[in-house]
Design a protein. Sequence first.
Length: 224
Amino acid sequence: MIIGGFQKVSLIDYPGKISSIIFTQGCNFSCVYCHNKELININNSTENTYKEKEIIEFLKQRTKKIDAVVITGGEPTLQKDLIPFMKQIKELDFLVKLDSNGTNPDVLKEAINSNLVDYIAMDIKAPLEKYSSITKTNVDIEKIKESINLIKNSGIQHEFRTTVLKSLLTEQDILSINSLTSGANLFTLQKYVPSKDLEKELGVQVNYSDEDFLNFQRSFKSLK
């Protein structure tokens, strides 16, 4: 495992639970609005990464103080040691939440079938026809669809979420994404949150208003 970041305590990343967050290094997407750009490139040096052993030892000391471990990124399913690492965490009796972009359904399936994950959150970046332009990479759409269906039918807690930026996703795009998540436990729209670095890259962006988001919610309900 190449681990680029570690947060000891979070009250918001696993719904209703106190968790620690592990940020894996490396992602196969390059979304322009990414807030974790420092995690995109695989970094094989040990200077800026955390040791698996250090994190496991920390978790052993927190078995009565935190409920869960969130594995996020980057894209965790790129890590060759992800499954055995998750096994170590489950052996300590923690709940495990896995964040993924859905490009590796075989890894998700193994985690689910091995009872190693209790909650999955998948980012849906765009309607299928826009995936490559939003992520700045060549995406196998069939794998995205496979992951969505796998997660929806997994029988475990899950959510799908989309970061919304008005210049990238139209209202019809958002409705199309919502249709992909039909039958899911939860679908969440996340507002693009500007930062100085992102604004330099994207330029000043116009986002949807709070009223627009309420209208999206009404539209989703009317489609059920």
